[in-house]
Design a protein. Sequence first.
Length: 307
Amino acid sequence: MPVTNQLPASIDETLEMLSDGDYVAGRALATVLFLSLKMQRPLFLEGEAGVGKTEIAKVLAKALDRPLIRLQCYEGLDVSSAVYEWNYPAQMLEIRLAEATGEDDRSAIERSIFSEKHLIRRPVLQALEAPGGRAPVFLIDELDRTDEAFEAFLLEILSDYQVTIPELGTIKAEEPPIVIITTNRTREIHDALKRRCLYHWVDYPAADVELEIVRRKVPGCHDELSRQVVAYVQKLRQMDLFKSPGVAETIDWATALTELDRLALDPETVSDTLGTLLKYQDDIARIEGSAGRELLAEVKADLAAAV
């Protein structure tokens, strides 16, 4: 599917659009994404970190040739960081210039300092104003990192796609943005927000799907190495680790091994490169040594038996 402003007309076209963006998706995801675009409803994506939730928004923006506006959530996120704030230094400078020139019309000064030229637009306001006349893809990433107060504020915005700036009035989106909300489920999101969205759980991919992802994202990786990497990661996810590796870590590991010119896994290479795959020392310590060698032996035996 060529890059176009047109939304996909079917589930099959949605699958093709994702595939052209090197995103390997199942039909369930393509269906809920198609319906989200068709119904102009936010898409709420939940799942473990690193399974490809954020990538969906990136692929969608590129495929539809829309701006991607990202609101990265964090603890303490407030309106001034998410929606708008005033450029206070510039306002103060204008007030002093007015005083220096003898301007004494308070109403004129107020209109001047609270004009759009002093308005700093943050991601929410940018998404509502549709730069270039095209509704953007608005990614609200890791919503679970914010507090309930911001979640309630966001609920109001998603209800009417508008925001009120007391000094300027209400700004309403002419065309609602395409909203993708992601969460790693570190806390539960309130049902009131979920009810306004279509929902999809993004799970770890099956081995054949993950192998296809590695082949697309790391084309220089030797085929045997790709199969061993995926099989190893799949087995790791069955263990009781503090943080199982996501697809992003699988891709990083395959890339690192390719940069080291490896054609297959061996115990020493696995031990030396675990830092690209696992991000907690307790997990690395558990896999190093005899446990890692046994796991690799199981992987190679399973792959040999499958031939």
